[in-house]
Design a protein around this ligand. Structure first.
Ligand SMILES: [Zn+2]
Length: 106
């Protein structure tokens, strides 16, 4: 809810990291989670990963932008996010307005 999505391109994570299994690691800032299985890309407001997996029950790393360094990243998600980024048309237009309705499946 809320629908408050900052429209700045540079500071907004377009796709964050989610994975079926997470493990805990200790960082300088304290304990954090990292993907223990393949990392997938997910958009804010979407129930599925970019490759179409149902990620509703998966742990999510809201502050980690996909792809996740140090984990195995889903190649379909990599492809999908790279295509949209290179194309540019899905960027900026979606911010806020199409939140939740935009079910992009390749
Ligand atoms: Zn994926």
């Amino acid at each position: 809810m809320g629908g408050h999505v900052p429209a700045t391109k540079s500071s907004t994570i377009a796709w964050f990291v989610t994975a079926h299994t997470m493990r805990k690691r200790i960082t300088r800032a304290g304990p954090a989670l990292e993907p223990a299985s393949v990392a997938h890309a997910k958009r804010m407001g979407s129930l599925r990963t970019e490759c179409g997996e149902d990620a509703t029950s998966w742990p999510k790393l809201w502050h980690e932008a996909f792809p996740y360094e140090g984990a195995r990243n889903c190649t379909v998600c990599l492809d999908s996010t790279a295509l949209v980024r290179a194309d540019g048309r899905d960027d900026g237009r979606d911010d806020g307005r199409d939140d939740g309705r935009d079910d992009v499946s390749a």
